[in-house]
Design a protein around this ligand. Structure first.
Ligand code: BG6
Length: 509
């Protein structure tokens, strides 16, 4: 069968390469830069997405000079790159990587950065555009933005050039701090210059949710309260907090996963078709979903949310300690490593359809999937012949085993009329030869092109925080230990009870 590939408008701005630019990475010595950003840049170079004139200036506190910084990122790129490293390609790119050492809070760093950028511009006059990337602890975001403004690095020197800033998560820790951060950034940058990253939006299978819904005619007529019984969104991790106790204990699963990644998945599943495939059109529809989520009163928080912590157990075949015994976690911590929510979207499409969300560390398996549970047939007459008749399920498998399954009833061969549920599967790795790019490759490239479709807008983050903050306010009033679950299990019994109340159960991935 002939395969047709459609290039949707935001796939490409018509140009194969972004305009020449200098990328400035704050926090260049950190884990994110080493594991994700530099390997992503390298893969973009190999795939010939980048223009000839690209330079990178890393800024970090670590004592370093450009030569030793290059040596350290070379090692990381060799270790973490998706593709094997072609030394010739890498050394050409790496020759344009520079390092500025200093404390992000100190003004002189930004003067030095300005000098470094002037030097780069002399070597590479075409690279007048700037992409700043904040890969630092979030407490530095306001001061970095302010200092870039002070030295005038927030505006392009050439009116035709662009300056953009990519901001990593977490974007605030509640509604007030997210608003304050938006205000601080807006003192210096316009909204169209700000790219708030959520790496889930860079995942192929997450982008495919929109393609699946809006490039196919057969599903959308069913995609509503009339045919859908409920929706389950699971983001389960088998790993624990991996030594990040200090960060994690101040965040917890609701801030770490729900406010950003899972709200984005919910929006993509529930949104109306955008008018055009353009950043604001798509984001307008997502914000409408967030606004329509039924706000939870104190009583509703108690009834519709579950949080829990893992106890010791076995995860991925290894014995693991409980959350309270993790390094940098206080022994009386009430921070949740698991959350389950039951949410409703108050609009015409979804009124009355429960959306169940769950996420947790040290669960039975690493899996992210979305289950669309359809309603059963109105009159199940096959039941009389001893059949188990399940309602249809559509499962969007985000990771791993990326693909889509449709579960439906089929006749069991034989002389009786018996029905059994079977799967119709689409698997990415058998349908496509090309390996998917890493989320950071796609997102960096979009930021370079100035396409903010896959980045979250100011009102989007704030609306998601409004919901999460309202839950946190109620949780924070509680005292004493929170429920627990054994590491390696599928979460606390309270989460099973939450979904069982409506007569359902979580799909076992
Ligand atoms: C990050 C969280 O944003 O997402 C981590 O801070 C989490 O705690 C990670 O492990 C999950 O991402 P992925 O791509 O592995 O599903």
């Amino acid at each position: 069968m002939e395969q047709t590939v459609l290039n949707l408008p935001s796939e490409t701005t018509g140009d194969r390469h972004p305009a020449p630019f200098v990328m400035v990475i704050f926090g260049a010595a950190g884990d994110l830069s080493h594991r994700k950003l530099f390997p992503a840049l390298y893969n973009l170079v190999v795939d010939q997405w980048l223009p000839e004139e690209v330079a990178v200036v890393g800024v970090a506190r670590q004592k370093n000079d450009s030569a030793s910084f290059r040596a350290s990122i070379t090692q990381s790129v060799r270790k973490f790159s998706r593709r094997p490293v072609d030394e010739a390609v890498w050394s050409k790119f790496e020759a344009n990587v520079h390092y500025v050492e200093g404390d992000f809070g100190k003004p002189e760093v930004y003067d030095r950065l300005k000098d470094a950028l002037e030097m780069v511009e002399k070597e590479m006059p075409a690279a007048t555009n700037r992409l700043y990337y904040l890969a630092t602890p979030p407490s530095f975001y306001p001061v970095i933005a302010e200092q870039l403004g002070r030295v005038g690095l927030n505006n392009p020197r050439d009116p035709a050039a662009w300056v953009r800033i990519v901001v990593e998560k977490p974007f605030g820790r509640d509604l007030d701090s997210a608003k304050a951060l938006n205000q601080d950034l807006h003192q210096v940058f316009g909204e169209n210059q700000i790219f708030r990253i959520d790496h889930y939006l860079g995942k192929e299978t997450v982008q495919n949710i929109l393609v699946f819904r809006f490039a196919n005619g057969i599903f959308e007529p069913l995609w509503n309260r009339r045919y859908i019984d409920h929706v389950q969104i699971t983001v389960a991790e088998s790993l624990g907090i991996e030594g990040r106790g200090h960060y994690y204990d101040h965040a917890g699963a609701i801030r770490d996963m729900i406010q950003n990644h899972m709200m984005q998945l919910l929006c993509l599943i529930a949104m109306e078709p955008p008018v055009v495939n353009e950043a604001d059109s798509v984001r307008d529809e997502k914000v409408k979903v967030l606004r329509a989520i039924h706000p939870l009163s104190t009583r509703e928080v108690a009834e519709n949310t579950v949080r829990a912590q893992y106890e010791g157990g076995t995860a991925e075949g290894k014995a693991v300690v409980g959350y309270l015994d993790e390094p940098d976690v206080p022994s009386d911590s009430r921070t949740e490593t698991f959350v389950a929510l039951r949410l409703f979207i108050d609009n015409w499409r979804w009124a009355g359809v429960p959306f169940f969300l769950r996420t947790g560390k040290h669960l039975g398996k690493r899996v992210t999937e979305i289950v669309i549970q359809f309603k059963g047939v109105p009159h199940p007459f096959f039941r009389q012949s001893g059949s188990e008749l399940e309602a249809n399920q559509l499962i969007l498998k985000i990771q791993p085993d990326e693909g889509i399954s449709l579960r439906f009833g089929a006749k069991v061969p034989g002389n009786q009329m018996r029905v059994r549920t079977v799967n119709m599967n689409f698997l990415y790795n058998t349908s496509f030869d090309d390996a998917a790019p890493e989320a950071y490759e796609r997102l960096l490239l979009d930021a370079m092109f100035g396409d903010s479709t896959l980045f979250t807008r100011k009102d989007e983050v704030e609306t998601a925080w409004a919901l999460v903050s309202s839950i946190l306010q109620v949780w924070d009033r509680g005292r004493g230990p929170i429920p627990t679950y054994a590491a390696g299990s599928w979460g606390p019994k309270e989460a099973d009870a939450l979904i069982a109340r409506d007569g359902f159960e979580w799909r076992l991935p």
